[in-house]
Write a protein that binds this ligand. Structure first.
Ligand SMILES: [Zn+2]
Length: 157
C-alpha cells in the first residue's frame, strides 16, 4: 500500500492488533521514506448481493437499521442491536462465504432477533418472509408457543 503522505510504494508494519471481536486486524504502519505513520484495517471481504443485483460490502449498520424498524416501541437498546449485528456478521463469516445475498442475511437475523424480542421478530419475519394473511402470523406464533412449551418442559426436568 502506498504511503498516504508521499505516495512511497512501501511501508513497514510497526504494530498489529486483532480487534476484540476477532474479525479484523489493525496495523500501524510507518513509511520508510518520509516517516509518516498511518493505520490500515484488514478484514476478510464479505459482499452482499442486493435484490437489484447491486453488490456492496457487508455493513453491520445496515443490519441494525433493518432490525431497528421492527424494534420500534420495544425494549431493545442500541447496544442490543449492535450485539445482534455482530452475531449476524459472525454467523455469516463462519460459513466461509465471501458473497451472500440479502435473503440469507435476513435468515441469519431471524434467529438472534427471536432471542432478543419475539414481537420484533414477528414484525421482521412478517416483512421479510412476506406474510400475507393472519394465518401466516398464526403459524409463526404457534411455532413460538411450541418452543416456549418445550423450554418450560426442559426447565421442569
Ligand atoms: Zn511517506
Amino acid at each position: 500500500m502506498h504511503c498516504p503522505f508521499c505516495r512511497h510504494s512501501d511501508s513497514r508494519v510497526i504494530d498489529s492488533r486483532t480487534s476484540d471481536d476477532g474479525l479484523s486486524i489493525r496495523r500501524r504502519r510507518q513509511c520508510p521514506e518520509c516517516g509518516g505513520r498511518f493505520s490500515t484495517i484488514e478484514t476478510a471481504s464479505l459482499n452482499v448481493i442486493k435484490r437489484s443485483g447491486v453488490i456492496e460490502s457487508f455493513s453491520r449498520e445496515k443490519v441494525m437499521s433493518g432490525v431497528r424498524k421492527a424494534c420500534q416501541g420495544r425494549p431493545v437498546t442500541e447496544a442490543d442491536l449492535a450485539m445482534l449485528a455482530q452475531a449476524v456478521e459472525e454467523a455469516v463469516r463462519q460459513t466461509g462465504v465471501s458473497q451472500i445475498d440479502t435473503n440469507e442475511i435476513g435468515l441469519a437475523i431471524l434467529g438472534p432477533l427471536r432471542e432478543l424480542d419475539e414481537i420484533a421478530y414477528l414484525r421482521f419475519a412478517s416483512v421479510y418472509q412476506a406474510f400475507e394473511t393472519l394465518d401466516d402470523f398464526d403459524e409463526a406464533i404457534a411455532l413460538l408457543r411450541a418452543d416456549h412449551a418445550q423450554r418450560a418442559q426442559r426447565e421442569e426436568v
